[in-house]
Unconditional design. Structure first.
Length: 393
């Protein structure tokens, strides 16, 4: 029995009639760009994220790029972020002309380590981009305090965290601006590319409106050079239907994560750690094991599709070689990159499927000598860095 990594077909079957009707409505109206459908989704998504404004754009990458530009980030500036993320996070910084500055991650949650941020500050630092990785919010309290003390902007990369919460506040409402991706496989996914910027600032929202539409103020009047980055009506219609189900889908993901935790207990496999006061929505279910590749091969042979997020941290990517980072600079990042494995995770995942996946993973761990329990996930960062992360057994 094949178990996919994500099952978008199963989700579509539950929505088919509504989706077809909504798309037919767009086709009948022939209003493909802008219009009430886009405005309505923006309004609903802003309310969902507990903010005053949401502005749809063409992708999550564009959301990051335009948000940074809207805040005035430009050539010569520095923006602190994590290397344990998809390249879009740092590429958006580069697109403004600024320089990404990478710091290490927390060894428990894999989100940016606030204790590393302050030592990376320079006179050119203008912003921090924390990433809510895999569905868990970054530790925003200390991050925002650092930003307040040093007059820095905070831009959330919430591309994997639709509906997650930090201390009772939704992602999207925790920084000066927040950026979402609606790539199809996201917790809230379109049927193509799409993204959004959320904010409580009317000024930022207005800047996004200009930047996403060629700097246009009237049809042929342009206040500045902008971009073509509009969320189209077809995608907005799909997203509005899905948004009504997002909380239930996230609850289903948390239920599947609980099943995984039970099935993988006492296996020596490191399962996701949830920070106290945070709500994890499990865009990905990421385990860590010292024999990752062997385990993945066994799962693949058994018909279980897995993923690796992310096998080469950004500071070691050829695209960022000019920044001068070397292997060993971010040891926690590098350790999880070598040991992480993403197991199937989607709202329709069944209990029996989780049992089967976990049984294969447990057997692989036992065969590879992983009978010892992992050391406490609260191992000190100093110890992890001293041994390159070997304590993650």
């Amino acid at each position: 029995m094949h178990i996919p990594f994500v099952d978008l077909k199963a989700q579509y079957e539950t929505l088919k009639d509504e989706i077809v009707e909504a798309i037919r409505g767009i086709l009948d109206s022939a209003q493909f760009i802008g219009g009430e459908v886009v405005t309505s989704f923006e309004r609903d998504f802003a309310a969902y994220c507990q903010v005053g404004y949401a502005r749809g754009v063409a992708s999550g990458t564009d959301a990051l790029h335009l948000a940074l530009r809207a805040l005035g980030i430009r050539h010569g500036d520095e923006v602190i972020t994590t290397a344990h993320t998809f390249i879009a996070t740092a590429a958006a910084i580069v697109a403004t002309g600024a320089r990404p500055v990478f710091v290490d991650i927390d060894p428990d949650t894999y989100t940016i380590d606030p204790s590393m941020i302050e030592r990376a500050l320079t006179g050119r630092t203008r912003a921090i981009v924390p990433v809510h990785i895999f569905g868990q919010p970054a530790d925003m309290g200390p991050i925002k305090e650092i930003a307040r003390r040093h007059a820095l902007y905070v831009v959330e990369d919430a591309a994997q965290a639709h509906g997650a919460e930090y201390q009772g506040v939704r992602t999207g409402a925790l920084g000066d601006a927040a950026c979402f991706s609606f790539y199809p496989a996201k917790n809230l996914g379109a049927y193509g590319d799409g993204g959004a910027v959320t904010t409580n600032s009317a000024a930022i929202a207005e800047r996004i409106e200009l930047l996403r539409d060629h700097g246009r103020t009237t049809h042929y009047s342009h206040a500045e050079i902008g971009f073509n980055s509009r969320l189209d009506a077809l995608q907005a219609a799909v997203l509005q239907i899905k948004l009504r189900r997002l909380d239930q889908w996230n609850a289903n993901r948390r239920r599947a994560a609980e099943w995984y935790a039970v099935e993988l207990a006492e296996s020596g496999i490191k399962t996701p750690f949830v920070r106290k006061g945070s709500t994890h929505i499990y865009h990905l279910y990421v385990i860590a094991t010292n024999e990752r590749d062997a385990m993945r091969n066994e799962l693949d042979e058994a018909g279980v599709t897995t993923g690796i997020h992310y096998p080469l941290p950004l500071h070691l990517q050829p695209a960022f070689a000019h920044l001068g980072y070397r292997r060993g600079d971010l040891p926690c990042c590098e350790a999880i990159a070598a040991r992480s494995l993403s197991l199937p995770m989607f709202p329709e995942l069944a209990r029996d499927q989780v049992r089967r996946i976990a049984a294969i993973a447990r057997a692989a761990a036992e065969r590879d000598g992983h009978k010892e329990l992992q050391r406490k996930s609260t191992s000190s960062h100093a110890a992890l860095r001293a041994d390159g992360g070997k304590e993650w057994r």
